[in-house]
Design a binder for this molecule. Sequence first.
Ligand SMILES: C[S@@+](CC[C@H](N)C(=O)[O-])C[C@H]1O[C@@H](n2cnc3c(N)ncnc32)[C@H](O)[C@@H]1O
Length: 508
Amino acid sequence: MLFSDWDILSEKIIHSRHEQRSSKRGPYSSDHQINAWLRPSSRLGHSLHSSPAARPPAQCSGCTHELNLHRPIILDEATDFFKNLGVSDFTFDSCRLWGWRCRAKLAVRGSSTSPLIGLYQEGTHNVVDIPHCKAHHPNINAAVELLKQGITELNVEPYDEDQGTGELRYVQMAVTTRNTSLPAAERYRNGKVQVALVWNSRNENSPSSDKLNALANFLWRNGGRSSKVHLMHSVWANFQTSTNNIIFGNRWRHLLGERDFWEHVGGIDISLDPSSFGQANTRAFDSLLRQLRKYVPYGASVADLYAGAGVIGLSLAATRKCRQELGWSVKCIEINKESKLSFEKTVGRLPTSIDCSIRLASCGHFNFDPPRKGLDPSLVDALRTISLVERKAKSSQSSSLKVKDEKRPWILRAREASVMIESKTTWEESQSLPQTLIYISCGWESFKEDCKSLLSSKAWHLDKAHGFNFFPGTQSIEVLAIFKRGPRAGHKKKKSGKKSGKKKKKPL
Ligand SMILES: C[S@@+](CC[C@H](N)C(=O)[O-])C[C@H]1O[C@@H](n2cnc3c(N)ncnc32)[C@H](O)[C@@H]1O
């Protein structure tokens, strides 16, 4: 049985995923995407991103529109979609519209005298400089500005994709807004930036390492703790020489500043190393986690699939006091081994009574091919057939009861042992099959497909749905959808063969 393979039987399955793009499209498509990689647009970038005044600005691919940021075009479609599925109280939280991006992966190109730091122009590998991006947390822009000065002053060569030459390939900037020494209202504005420089060498012993250290020192001298403007949290290096589209290599080095990066989200302190997945929109993520809690009863057991560093599961573990009756409070499943360290650090700050674990595995079959889009097909299949598993378990339980009633010794002898043991195990397992499925999605198209597929099996019905503006300026919304086991209440099956004057109900 697939579920016993996963070892994730639980009352709750929390799922979160990201839309993964075809690797042929460019560096955004790797596991480590650069910001948002979105659909073509002809009018973006004018007000969101600064450009030379004399000629039409090149368009970065980060945003698709600049008007009505609080109401993405896709919202009407989403509202209709959920209404048709019986959820007429779909809500949408428009969240913070500017300065929301607390995590950005930016390409570094151009020359040392005129560096470009930004995103690709749609459909090309031409980097568009975005020094005043309004989506970025302002301190990301300030750190980018400082980085440019350092590149020029120290004659650092930006990467040349065609030749495979140059030194600095990408930079990841992540902002922490957790600072307990400041009043809560001032923390966001005063966020500090963790800078990860992706260096074009195998490791820290390469000939260009002196320059890497000089650049890190420059950033720290001018933006570190004792500088006039304290911008930086820390500086890291990542080493990458591959010519493929994957942004990060496997080797990370902490260079300066604090090693541990803490953020406060979903009611807990979370640790995020630069190598592990982190949500870009910290504030919107916090709103989603607050909403999510309402659907998780106190004492529930949770399996968090596609868990990253386990933020969702651990937030629930702490705020919903997840219980250990089934052997765990929260179990996280994640494919990226880099997430483990951050997960363990976060757990270290939780009460010891909370029993959480992370399992490094795929949520689909146990191969390590990540899904192109949406849920792994094997996961969808398992969720679709969940009631079958339960029905089988029930029927084997009732046959096992009949077996118990059987008095004739020759029949009892024939049915001995194996059947009894098998049916008992299956029944116990079925008791802990999930009753609620919470699906958090940033890929609207794949969400619709997965949703239809789950509902068509009749094993689930859609109970609630909420949208969040995780990426203002884009067509993307984050969806929090709550599925419950079985048919919706009031959706009773008609008895077959009997005529009824009532109108037929449309299937979901
Ligand atoms: C969008 S991130 C969400 C992470 C986390 N839930 C959060 O919100 O911080 C999706 C995660 O799924 C992981 N992932 C992708 N395919 C997977 C698979 N087949 N099995 C397990 N994890 C997978 C990625 O490594 C990534 O950490």
